[in-house]
Design a protein around this ligand. Sequence first.
Ligand code: HEM
Length: 435
Amino acid sequence: MSIESTTVDTTPSDASTVDPSTIDPGTVDLSTLDLSDLCYFEDGPPYALLARLREEASPHWNAVGDGETGFWSFTKAADIQAISADPETFSSARGGVFLAQDGAVPVDALRQIILGMDPPQHTRVRNIVQAVFTPRLIKQKEASIRAVATELINEVVERGECDFVDDIAVELPLRVIADMLGVPQDDRRKLFDWTNQLSRAAATADPTLGFGALLEIGGYISALTAARAADPQDDLISRLIEATVDGEKLTEAEVTYFFALLMFAGNDTTRNTTAGAMRALINNPDQRDLLLEDPSLIDTAIEEFLRWVSPVIYFTRTAQRDVEVGGQLVKEGERVAMWYSAGSRDPERHENPETFDVTRVKPRHQAFGGGGPHFCLGNALARLELRVLFEELLRRVPDMTITGPVTRLTSNFSNELTSMPVRFTPGVREPVKES
Ligand code: HEM
């Protein structure tokens, strides 16, 4: 049997006047509910509360502070999809993509990054990075990803215990992206610390913290970019510098910003999905047994992992004109939050959405966003990393249990475990053979 409890390791917003232990999702007064208050996120995304919003107040006007400002919360998958599909109406550049306008990074800085761009700038940059970040390139990464997964398991397997987050979940995406970038081994921890800083900045809406991290990542990566511009190698940075689509190229600064984003977008998200999925497998032994008995279920299981964890809890947009969504008039200049955690559990799209079911066929989750032009560029890489890692984990450490408190970041943006001590039968089992 697993011993499991959840504690928090960050302090909720000072502004909170709500005692988290008193929150009852069934009776919370929706007219005063403020999801920018971290008290609702102490145990992770407040699924019951989001479900209630979806049923009773979709969309929900979330007043902030004195009520002068606020945002619309969208919790239905169809509405999130409609907003995502229309960047001309719902801008990422105008007010950023975080609830606090100057959330993890100031809006001006965010506009330099693909995530915070609008068309036509976004279209131009996206076309160029997509020309490099191809499915073929990702597929070629499988062997090196498997080598990393094998190495990580080798490092813990004889011990019979580890911290799953620190030793496995953190390390895989970090090493994969660092490899793609050609970052030397010794510098990898530094990059990891910067991405953590960004994630905490998004959680606490501290732009100074986030901007500081972005500058440091930017400084580090711009040195790499300049070196590759002068002396191209067979790596992703060199290819991006050289890539041309319709006569358009990225500037050196755009390449730098893109890689700074990858450190953030590709790291935390994959890590958090890995940790949350392993926790779900341990807590649902029948589902783990299904996978152990029939490893061919792995692809459907990965989609369920993504649906279940949806590690990016929300992104926002700003309306560029008066527009109706979900039966509600959203006025020009108003901000909308798309709660992906809610969209991924919308009963309109998923039967028994609160059940973790690795046999669910092609769930239309919103872990990678609601579709549209900003849809996660790294989705194929993330899926590959998850598949390879879980193939290796299930084969080599099939009996993991949780042995101590699981801790998490208190965040309304990132569904993130920070520690999960686990135990398993020690001993080396053969890695999965390359298919
Ligand atoms: C499980 C892992 C991941 C999840 C859940 C995830 C989730 C997301 C989400 C929700 C968005 C925003 C979508 C939107 O606004 O419509 C996004 C965008 C993005 N992601 Fe991911 N991501 C993951 C892994 C990765 C990886 C591995 C990479 C690359 C190494 C990556 C690169 C990006 C980029 C570049 C964007 C911005 C795309 C744009 O604005 O056009 N992501 N991701």
